[in-house]
Each structure stands twice: as structure tokens, then as C-alpha cells.
Design a protein around this ligand. Sequence first.
Ligand code: ATP
Ligand code: MG
Length: 580
Amino acid sequence: MITRMSSLFLRTLREDPADAEVPSHKLLVRAGYVRRVAPGGYTWLPLGLKVLRNIEAVVREEMDAFGAQEIQFPALLPKEPYEATNRWEEYGPNLFRLKDRKGADYLLGPTHEEMFTLTVKGEYSSYKDYPVTLYQIQTKYRDEARPRAGILRGREFLMKDSYSFDLTDEGLSESYKNHRDAYIRIFDRLGLEYVIVSATSGAMGGSASEEFLAVAETGEDTFVRSTESGYAANVEAVATPAPAEQPIDDKPAAQVHHTPNTPTIETLVDFLNANTDRKFTAADTLKNVLVKVKQPGKDWELLAVAVPGDREVDFKRLEAAVEPAEVAMVDEADFAKNSFLVKGYIGPGAIQSNGIRFLADPRVVKGTAWVTGADKADHHVVDLVVGRDFTPDGVIDVAEVREGDASPDGKGVLVAARGIEIGHIFQLGRKYADAFSLDALGPDSKPVRITMGSYGVGVSRLVAAIAEQSHDDRGLIWPRNVAPADVHVVVAGKDETLMSAGEDFAKQLSAKGLKVLLDDRKASPGVKFADAELVGIPTILVVGRGLKDGTVEVKDRRSGERVEVPVAEAVEHLVQVVTS
Ligand code: ATP
Ligand code: MG
């Protein structure tokens, strides 16, 4: 196919759009791929739509390859199914709600668990029907609080969402693995650098949920990765390795010290170093942080979290660790109600003797000695030994994770990185099947409750994620599998022989099955070269000055490498380049 730039609906821009901060947004607008219509709403122009469709095709092929079946729901959905699962309410302001002319409530689908569950229930009844995986590639609507970075976080965006339906937990694991493998193939084919991170801590059920993050400085998600191995995880999911237990016998007895005016770790360490003959660091102290936790359907209760004094409690890790409970910091009123808590000097003693659950960092193992509060203003205790002087009620891994921490797999240390969530796979279990009583009649005629998984790929976001990873300061550089064309033929000059040679090359390449973008405009070579770099087709054929000596130039957009090729060999050469 030949796309002629002389008639292509395309206007490139020399200036970055004022509202764009990240490279993908700037370049996709400048190169004429998308145009903004409203916050988080974009029009796909011809080149942009080609890239989007190419990505869609890769996703569709890999879904079909493992037997998932494509269907398509409307985006405009009735309220009732979403009321049945409480999501009509739970979704809060993120849901676009609207009324029809009769006053009936509708919504624009943000995700479709309800619809898929009801559809399977409507069609299937026997255990013989299962398992089944259905998917759609469809426009989703979410009234995001902060639409951002162009199509990276839209309020209307394209998602591939799929749902697996299985009779057994083992079946669900297999469906999950099918998706995981398919996603790996999809993102590999799209030429992305990405990591797979578990979305929740191991304690919550391990790999029941994983996210695929495209590595990008501009990403909203932070994760950590090992310098030595393939280990990568969400900060929430990092499991701190516990050190070996230590002997207790050789530890000095615990001793209370008068430590005036030392309410902070820093003042405490300074005081001890000035007033004892030992050397302490913040890591030798144990900080007891009081929070309150509310289990579903229960009242708020206090929880004490002990972390080494050189680290803060990471609230997101805390939230993930106590999920599904809610958690909040304690306030002055809580301290007033519990006068045994001496602010700045809280120790395990008062916590545990007053019935507050006391959970400690994994580093707080048997035999370790700590400096901590003595439950008395201006007093701390030194050499409080785990297993001798106190024993936490359990472990909670919520201290901040830092660069340089040992990697949990024992290989290398952790470094922080950022990523863009491009996919998410999730074992839902029976939540939606329960909500809609989705059962299959088993071989013994007893009903079997179906178990489900849900899996998403951000198809439109991928366009931006790829652009984010693949560009330079002159423009986009598309990986071959998604590029809007295979070869960009630039006619570098206005005279007729050049034009007709360009036309001829385009026809020959097209006849070989390549997609050609032909710059047949009457613009200057400089303008054409700049546009070619901006638009980002991976291979550029320059038909210019060399033609009279029988050569053309083939340029690699990524490496910038140029080779002179004899006219007679140019087509074969390009076919080679494109298909290798
Ligand atoms: P995020 O944390 O980025 O908001 P999410 O957890 O809400 O994502 P899911 O509900 O799992 O995302 O949706 C599946 C996929 O859809 C995501 O992995 C992401 O790639 C994409 N996606 C989600 N929200 C948006 C959006 N507002 N714009 C574009 N793509 C999105
Ligand atoms: Mg979201």
C-alpha cells in the first residue's frame, strides 16, 4: 500500500503543544498522530490510527492464539448489573453516569466484569461448557481525576479486557498462565522493555495479581529492580528478607537510660553517642508507630508497627499489608484516650500490656537488641532483646524500601525505577460469580460455582508507552511491528526525474507487500527530512542527488546509519531490511 503525503491528512507542528509534559505526548501531537478534543479525549488522525490498529492486531492475534474468543459489548450500559455488585456506588466519581430520555440510569463502561459474567450465565449451564475465555477490544470510559500525558491516561481509551471462567482453582491458574504467556508474547512483539511485578504482597496470595510495567522515567508507577537479577516488584510487594536469628545469652541486660529531650531518633542517637561509650546508629533503634485499623464491618482499633529507626513506615505498603482493612494514622484524640502512650517514648511494654496488637519489621528477629522507648517521658531502654525482653505478636513488612537494600532473591541490591502500567492480570475468584450466582451443573447434577480471572491491556496507552520508550529529540522511532509504514520514501527534490523515481520505488515496494509512506510533496528536502524524523518510520529511502549516479540512500531511523545502495538493488535491499 502507498500512502502519499501530498494528500495525507497530516499537518506536523514545529512547536511542542503547551499542555504537554512528557515526550510521547509532545511527539504524538507534533507528528500529527493525535489531536486533543477534551481533557483525556483524543482524536486519532490517520497515522495514529494505523499504529493503534497495528497494536490491536498483535493483541488480537495473541489472544486468539490461545483460544480466547472475541465479543463486543456496548459501551453504554444499564445500571442494574453494576448495582448488583455495588460498583454503581463504589466507582464514585470515576464513573460516567447518564440518563436516557425516560429517566433510566445508564453508565459508560469503565470495565465489564458484570456484563461478561451475565453473558456467560445467559448462554452456558453445564460443566461441559467450561472453561471459556472471552475478550473484547473496546472503548472504556473513566472520569479520571487527573487525565494526563495525552493518551497515556485518558478518560476515553481503548482496552483489551478479557475474562476467564473456570470450574476449578487449578483451571483458573491455567487460564491465568495462558494470559500471562500471551501478554509476554504481545509486549515482546511490540518491542517493549517491561517488567512483571506482583501487584500485592506475597502474603495476600502471591501471584494472584501481576502488573506489566513498561520501563519509563515518566511512568506513574514506581517499582524496584535488582541490579543483578531479573527481580522486579512493586514497592508494596517487596518482601524484606529476615536476617538470621542471633544467640540471646551473650547480650547485655536491658538498661533504661535517662535521655532528656530526645523525642526524635536523631536526637536520641546523638545523645547516646555523646553519653555512652558505644556507637549507635538510627538502625539500632526501634520506632514504634501507632496506627489504627478497621477490619470490614468492625470498629477502628489501634495497631503498633515497629520499624528500625532509620526507616519510615511506608503508608502504601501499610495499606497493602492490612488490606482489606482500612488504615489511618492516630491523632491527638487517640493519644488522649490512651494515656499509657507516651508520645516520643513509646515502647513495646506499654503497647503489649495494654492489649494493642504489636507487629514488627522482619528485621526484628530473635536475639536482636534494640534501643527503644521506655514508656516514660525522656527515657529510653537500650539492649531490649527480642525473645528475651519482648516478643512481637507478628511480622509486618511495611518499612520503606530503599535503593541499596538487598534484593529479596539474594542477588544484587535494589534500585528504584518507574514504569507505565500496560497490562494487568488478576485472579478474581468467585466475587462476580457469587454476585450473579454463576453456576455450572456438575456431572453429579450439583451446581459448581464458577471462578473467574480478569485481564486488561491498555491498547491506546500502549501507543504512548511505546513512543515514550522509543524516540529521540528529533521525533518518534517506531518499532517495526507497529510503525504506520514499513518504508518512508523521501523524494529529496522537486524535479520530475526524482519524483517519478520515487513513485516507481513506492510502487515496487508496495508490490512486494511493503507499506510505503511516499513524501511526494513539493516541499524542500530539509522540511521533508525533518518530517521523516518526526514521523518515525524505521526505514527511510532517500531518492535524491545520488540518483543521477545510480544510487539511493537507505537510512535507519534508530541508528542514524546511512548506506548508499545501487538503484537496481534498492528494492531487494529494503525488503531484506524490513523482513529481517
Ligand atoms: P492505572 O493504575 O494506570 O489507573 P488501572 O489499575 O486502573 O490502571 P485496569 O483497571 O487494570 O487499570 O485496566 C487495565 C489496563 O488499562 C491498565 O493496565 C492500563 O494499561 C489501561 N488503562 C487504565 N486506565 C487507563 C486510562 N485512564 N487511560 C489509558 N489506559 C488506561
Ligand atoms: Mg485506574
